[in-house]
Design a protein around this ligand. Structure first.
Ligand code: G5P
Ligand code: MG
Length: 222
């Protein structure tokens, strides 16, 4: 799928809230030479820095609604401009067909990895999620607990539970995802770059993602 074609590899990871986009992305960047850009992490760092965009986005995020397309697209396109020479993995963007079309005007797309995880699994996961805001590292009290409860393994800083992980906001986020995802999947399917990965657990999905990517780009040398 081609807009302005560059040699760098362009990957997108899509999936419902808590489907494991962040967890799988961290494994991808561990094993492949891609820079990870998460739209949610970017917004949360803007919120922490209390920028105008961050303050505005907070209202939408805490309710589980989408940040408006024009704000979101400008933010992401500006960040991607800084990564022009690098191969990248975009997590959480696009979230609407409009965003997909805007991205396509700027960049080509090599692959779209779409995660399909059952909803009951998602609801259960969110309750146990703890996040390190400045890095985007995520933990789960059962699946991948931090070494010390409530503390980030790498920096020793405190972990938090996201405001939008409260049950009402999670329900809204899932509804929003369901309402928007089909035209995006159709769009990428039509362009021949969509690959679906279905499963309940990250450890079940990950080997398939790894195998798929290994056929497209060389894994990092150990
Ligand atoms: P985000 O930040 O993109 P979501 O809702 O899309 O938020 P989220 O919540 O970050 O996605 P994820 O990255 O898909 O989830 O999942 P994750 O964090 O890796 O895993 C979830 C939890 O499950 C973790 O605790 C993890 O350890 C655990 N886990 C993983 N695998 C397993 C497993 O196999 N078993 C178990 N038991 N646990 C597991 O977006 C947030 C908000 O920002 C705005 C919106 O308001 C959005 O709601 N936003 C945008 N708005 C407009 N347009 C955009 N493009 C936007 N992007 C963000
Ligand atoms: Mg995430």
């Amino acid at each position: 799928m081609c807009a302005a074609r560059s040699k760098a590899f362009r990957a997108i990871i899509l999936g419902a809230p808590a489907s494991g986009k962040g967890t799988i992305s961290s494994r991808i960047v561990r094993d492949f030479k891609l820079k990870h850009l998460s739209s949610g992490d970017l917004l949360r760092s803007q919120m922490s820095a209390k920028t105008d965009v961050g303050l505005m986005a907070k209202e939408f995020m805490n309710k589980g609604s989408l940040v408006p397309d024009d704000v979101m697209s400008t933010l992401i396109i500006n960040e991607l401009a800084l990564l022009k020479q690098h191969s990248w993995l975009l997590d959480g963007f696009p979230r609407t067909l409009k965003q997909a079309e805007t991205l396509h005007q700027q960049e080509h797309t090599d692959v779209v990895i779409s995660l399909d995880v059952p909803e009951d699994e998602i609801v259960q996961r969110v309750a146990g999620r703890w996040t390190h805001i400045s890095s985007g590292r995520v933990y789960n009290t059962e699946f991948n607990p931090p070494k010390v409860p409530g503390i980030d393994d790498v920096t020793g800083e405190k972990l938090i539970q996201r405001d939008d992980d409260k049950p009402e906001a999670v329900r809204k986020r899932l509804q929003t995802y369901e309402a928007n995802i089909k035209p995006i999947l159709d769009y990428y399917h039509h362009h021949g770059v969509l690959q679906l990965f279905k499963g309940r657990f990250t450890n079940e999905i990950w080997p398939k993602v790894h195998e798929f990517l290994s056929e497209k780009i060389p894994p990092k040398a150990n």
